[in-house]
Design a binder for this molecule. Structure first.
Ligand code: NA7
Length: 486
């Protein structure tokens, strides 16, 4: 019997949405559309363009396994290069005719064995399969700092960088010292006239190599793909992944102790002034917040133009920031690197599953999905890089590839006529969540700091198991956990 032809709607033309499109085309299925709210592909790499933007996952691992790129300019690729890579993927794999840019979906509803989507313009569309690849970190979180709106000079969130604003020689303020704030300060330390880095909590900094690939290196990668493979999965990469996994899933592990030693030594040897050293020393364990990799931050904060401000912000005034001890920093530009509202995932889109069940009901206590990919009573729906998946310093490209391969096996059941709909049972999700919550409390993320990994109850909303376990469970869905309907 010939396979049943299915229509697929993909939400988002970022790394994961493009991946879904490429994989469908690869199997000869062109019956899909990718809706993208922005005007171009690339997702987070389109939205972020701040100075110093780079990916802290090695570039050779942060690309599709089937489209390796010998031309990365550095071990950690700059953001614009990654954006160009994903844009080129859309072109190279013939996805552009499938993408509808500037098209924002507001509602997805399952009825009559189909997904019915409504676009903001009022247009509608239908499909058998729905893939939500709308990203994790895409709703900028602007803090509720008194007076922020009264600042009369240019200010913006890091994900909305205003490139028309002059930076050279200016008095620049950067609030936030997550990966973003650290990258911005590292990039601007020598360009600013004065740069004030507002730090609420110190961060551990993992030293990393600043390797730029020469033409000769690139030629080597081109002529011998085994060299790329070595960077991706060679013994060094495998050991790094294994050490990092062991460290994060068990806060008492020797691997975490080793990481702790490395970051403490980094602080010790890199910062000369003892007062600055103590300002930069966190009072929680390494890797509790997302690990920050930086070859330059400690040098940057020691530049003469840079001042690390660790007192509490009292309020923003028309021309600068007043601290709680009365100190005032006059600023020409203010960048808010305060992260993203991570609890949203597919929101503000509204999702309705079987019998009009709203996703918000299942997500009343927080976003959740069975093994991070599928949701009970929301048939034929796939979340790529959805809630509780592996995060941390893994390659989300690799994660999305494995999630797609898993979901594709479920879709095969529909293609081959074994069923019309597939969704996990509620019991399966509950069992997954119970086990996950329990083990999440053993991870380093629960070892006593605040971060975007934690829910309101302080439980990390992440994958609490090893990378290898992720690979195993994604290799084949446990069909006994699924409800199939004919
Ligand atoms: P993060 O990692 O969420 O960091 C946000 C930073 O902003 C962090 O330093 C926060 O301090 C700080 N913050 C947040 N709200 C405030 C207020 N109200 N006042 C002062 N400081 C504040 O976001 P990033 O953009 O750096 O990175 C996000 C992810 O992008 C990253 O994990 C990678 O996956 C890529 P806190 O530590 O909470 O005291």
């Amino acid at each position: 019997m010939a396979d049943r032809e299915l229509r697929t709607i993909i939400i988002g033309a970022g790394m994961a949405g493009l991946l879904a499109g490429i994989k469908l085309k690869e199997r000869g299925d062109s019956n899909f559309v990718i809706y993208e709210k922005g005007e171009s592909a690339g997702g987070t790499w389109r939205e972020n363009s701040y100075p110093g933007l780079a990916c802290d996952t090695p570039a050779h691992s942060y690309c599709y396994s089937f489209a390796l790129n010998p031309d990365w300019s550095a071990f950690y690729a700059p953001g614009p290069e990654i954006r160009a890579y994903f844009e080129s993927m859309a072109e190279q794999y013939g996805l552009l005719p499938h993408i509808r840019f500037n098209t924002e979906i507001e509602r997805c509803e399952w009825h009559d064995s189909q997904w019915h989507i409504r676009i903001k313009t009022g247009e509608t569309d239908q499909s058998d399969i729905l893939v939500a690849a709308s990203g994790v970190l895409h709703h900028p979180s602007v803090p509720d700092i008194p007076g922020l709106l009264d600042f009369e000079r240019p200010w913006f969130h890091s994900a909305r960088w205003d490139h028309s604003v002059l930076l050279e020689g200016q008095r620049i303020g950067v609030i936030g010292n997550g990966s973003t704030g650290v990258q911005i300060v590292s990039a601007l330390a020598k360009r600013a006239g004065k740069l004030v880095h507002f730090q609420r909590s110190p961060q551990w900094i993992m030293p990393c190599p600043d390797i730029q690939y020469s033409e000769e290196d690139k030629q080597g990668f081109r002529s011998d793909p085994a060299k790329i493979e070595a960077v991706r999965n060679g013994p060094e990469a495998a050991a790094r992944r294994a050490r990092f996994t062991a460290a994060i899933i068990d806060m008492e592990s020797p691997e975490l102790a080793e990481i702790q030693e490395i970051v403490e030594k980094n602080l010790e040897v890199s910062i000369r002034d003892p007062v600055l050293k103590e300002k930069l020393r966190p009072n929680y364990r390494a890797a509790c917040k997302r690990m920050i990799f930086s070859a330059h931050y400690y040098n940057a904060v020691q530049e003469p133009a840079v001042f690390l401000e660790n007192k509490a912000i009292e309020r923003v005034e028309a021309t600068g920031i007043r601290m709680n001890d009365g100190t005032f920093h006059e600023l020409d530009v203010l960048a808010i690197a305060t992260g993203f509202d991570v609890g949203k995932f597919v929101r503000p889109m509204q999702f309705f599953g079987e019998s009009g069940l709203e996703l918000d009901e299942i997500w009343a206590t927080g976003p959740r999905a069975y093994y991070a990919v599928t949701v009970p009573r929301f048939p034929n729906l796939c979340l790529l890089n959805g809630p509780t998946g592996p995060v941390g310093n893994f390659s989300l490209v690799d994660i999305a590839e494995k999630q797609w391969a898993y979901f594709d096996q479920l879709v095969d059941l529909i293609r081959s006529g074994q069923c019309k709909t597939v969704a996990p049972s509620m019991e399966a999700l509950q069992a997954y969540e119970a086990a996950r919550d329990k083990d999440a409390m053993r991870t380093v993320f629960a070892s006593g700091c605040k971060s975007w990994y934690l829910n309101d109850q302080g439980v990390p909303q992440v994958w609490p198991w090893s990378y290898d376990h992720f690979v195993t469970v994604m290799s084949e869905p446990r069909l006994e956990d699924y409800v199939l309907t004919a």
